[in-house]
Design a protein around this ligand. Sequence first.
Ligand code: SF4
Ligand code: SF4
Ligand code: SF4
Ligand code: FES
Length: 945
Amino acid sequence: MGLIHETDYGTPASTSAKTVTLTIDGKPVTVPEGTSLMRAAMEAGVQVPKLCATDSVDAFGSCRLCLVEIEGRPGTPASCTTPAAEGLKVSTQTERLKQIRRGVMELYISDHPLDCLTCAANGDCELQDMAGAVGLREVRYGYEGENHLVAAKDESNPYFTYDPSKCIVCSRCVRACEEVQGTFALTIEGRGFDSRVSPGMHESFLGSECVSCGACVQACPTATLTEKSVIEIGQPEHSVVTTCAYCGVGCSFKAEMRGNEVVRMVPYKDGKANHGHSCVKGRFAWGYTTHRDRILKPMIRAKIGDPWREVSWDEAIAYTASEFKRIQAQYGKDSVGGITSSRCTNEETYLVQKLVRAGFGNNNVDTCARVCHSPTGYGLRETFGTSAGTQDFDSVMDADVVLVIGANPTDAHPVFASQMKKRLRAGAKLIVVDPRRIDLVRTPHIEAAHHLQLRPGTNVAVMTAIAHVVVTEGMADEDFIRERCDWDEFQDWAAFVAEPRHSPEAVAEITGVPAETLRAAARLYATGGNAAIYYGLGVTEHSQGTTTVIAMANLAMATGNIGRRGVGVNPLRGQNNVQGSCDMGSFPHEFTGYRHVATDAVREMFEAFWKVPLDAEPGLRIPNMLDAAVEGSFKALYIQGEDIAQSDPDTQHVVAGLEAMECVVVQDLFLNETANFAHVFLPGSTFLEKDGTFTNAERRLGRVRKVMPSRSGMADWEITMALSNAVGFPMDYAHPSEIMDEIAALTPTFSGVSFDKLDRLGSVQWPCNAAAPEGTPIMHVNGFVRGKGHFVLTEYIATDERTGPRFPLLLTTGRILSQYNVGAQTRRTGNTAWHPEDLLEIHPHDAEQRGIRDHDWVRLQSRSGSTSLRAKLTERVAPGVVYTTFHHPETQANVVTTEYSDWATNCPDYKVTAVQVAPSNGPTEWQAHYEDLSEQNRHIAEAAE
Ligand code: SF4
Ligand code: SF4
Ligand code: SF4
Ligand code: FES
């Protein structure tokens, strides 16, 4: 197994349908019109020397190395900037060209350190390759003249260095930052000999706008921008393609390895979700795999508070199984349950729900998607018939209007955000619906046409008011509705939204959005061409989360924006496999593929396959399990890869539930918050240590491939299998591919999925079955999955969470680019350089009223609890609204969130909490206590090493 080399065609592919035929060095080649001569030559198998061109960015034509001769044309044009044309006869290797190229290379090399043997890029340097390719053997100018060889390095970024002495000023990095990433952090400063690459105005990389996506490092042809891990470890020897385990974009990466050590993660050009791009998390933040805090040996203890005792895997599994059996014998079969993880693979998630349903004999299984995207499942199924987003990511390139609501893609889904920004720079219009001025509202070369800065909790009122404008101003797409939807239901819905109480003017007071802005946004969405909706947790984590999802689906149907490229309703899923964990039957009422446990035919099929009778009654959801634990009827919980003590709302209630149980099993990488209440700790494996699949936000199944042995000795699916066998329900899989075969056999939407097919195609989007053997990029093309599209009335009901004299501000929460969820992984990487603590964003006006200055400690208090953190004064939030992230356990924003939740799915109302903010002296008592606990856990991890 060697390194995977991807061809660099020099310039991006042309998408033209028209082709031209030409000859290059006598070889005929046919390419799409608009293809560069350089790329056409590559297609013909001829490699033209190049330095400033690479196929991730548009050609620039500065290095003059790629010159060619064209019969009948004067001069030596650059092949990277000259388009192929019908009948051209191109020569790439004449004596004249060779001489010019050698001259060009000679100039570059005369100003370049000749330390190839000790350079980190030795063997992976295009300058070195080109010197060889043009046959450069000597440099006539000597090396003594004025040069850049002593220029100082910038090592401020935690992951890569910038060594200007090696820079050839090809500007590939600058173009990558602009075109691929869309951040515009780099410029070429100075002119002629003095020109150099600069992040910002004389800033360091770390201090600049740079978001550390790595696109410039990827594009750099020399060792100027180099991963520190390559400098430390050396060049990789082999690579394996796998899928990022952070967010729901699901980027493909080549894990480049030396032995069992990761040298770097390189975004894979053939990855259909990311096309060779990455963000700081997937590209660089994988070091947690080898972090000293990882627990690698199983541990048990009789009661919480006792010291942990390290045991063998056999003992840990036997003990856990005996506890579950004892508890079920003593308290009944329904006294135990399990929680699946949206971080683990599909195959692992499937096994946990199978263990619960078949091994424990009840349906008490739930997933953390309960606390994020359960309203998506419910709302989209009600209206369209399928619990998933409608488009692939590439579809955004055909959108004319992009409506982003309750999502912050540049922070939470950065690679998709880069693609979206590319489309917006090319002219698509943007509507942002968000209480906070997210980066997208105004970012280099992009400005939202409308920012609807609504009051948290009023999404339904805003979406229904948009529908009001669509209907009352005659902008509904009647042809589409008559053909694709239930016409009578549409009329009922149209009459409902047309009621004067839903007009923008009537709701302006409640929503805080001026009526004219709302009307203008509605007109743009309905008449601006292809309109696509992208949304996130700012939609779902509300007491009316499901209603907002339905309102968006109604709007898309009413305007005909569904069923083709460039349109649709798209959830931006937070965690890598949150779509997959829902698909795999993690909810208490559903088997795989969203089929109800009470449906006899489905249940009987599972019973026949698993050879065990199954319960027809839906089981308990997470909040109900905790309630039942407090009441005394629920006693044991198997939790795979989930930290409910930190990520679920109303922490004190979660803790009370956990404390009341007799056996809590935590299977995770680190001693997380929930492990403080656990009796068994089973060490989990990272995505680098196991095989399987993840399903991203566009329903795309990507392969996760093992690149190193599991440090704990067992992959998570092996642990669940061992536990199932020990409780008496046999499971026997030699490899996760066999688990996928079982899923495919039992699930109509997955019947065409297999590891072989994934290896062959790279990835597939479900439904993948006989009707769509290579998967389904766009849903509902010729009709809705449920038949006729279903319009549902969306009555706005204000959340019970109200501001008042005691709690006059509204708190809302979100993510930041460099950190991930509760931070268990990212806090154990160099990413802490960007976000060492959670901050409370507060409008200067509200801060002044309270005597709060920037960076002061403040106490954030709700009726549920209080926490302390530092304040950041900013006009990104409107007066009356405060905002924080939830990445640091010592802040624990969920201590203040309440028990309110979505009416349909119990998804917590994380995004609206009435709070008060006051100056404080520092951390609260429980925060200090938390610090002590963390310290103890650190000692346990160290002692176990
Ligand atoms: S790492 Fe990304 S954001 Fe930073 S300078 Fe390079 S391309 Fe731009
Ligand atoms: S840093 Fe690299 S990519 Fe950027 S101009 Fe210099 S050599 Fe080219
Ligand atoms: S965008 Fe998401 S999937 Fe892609 S590299 Fe970043 S964290 Fe990973
Ligand atoms: S590669 Fe064409 S001019 Fe540099």
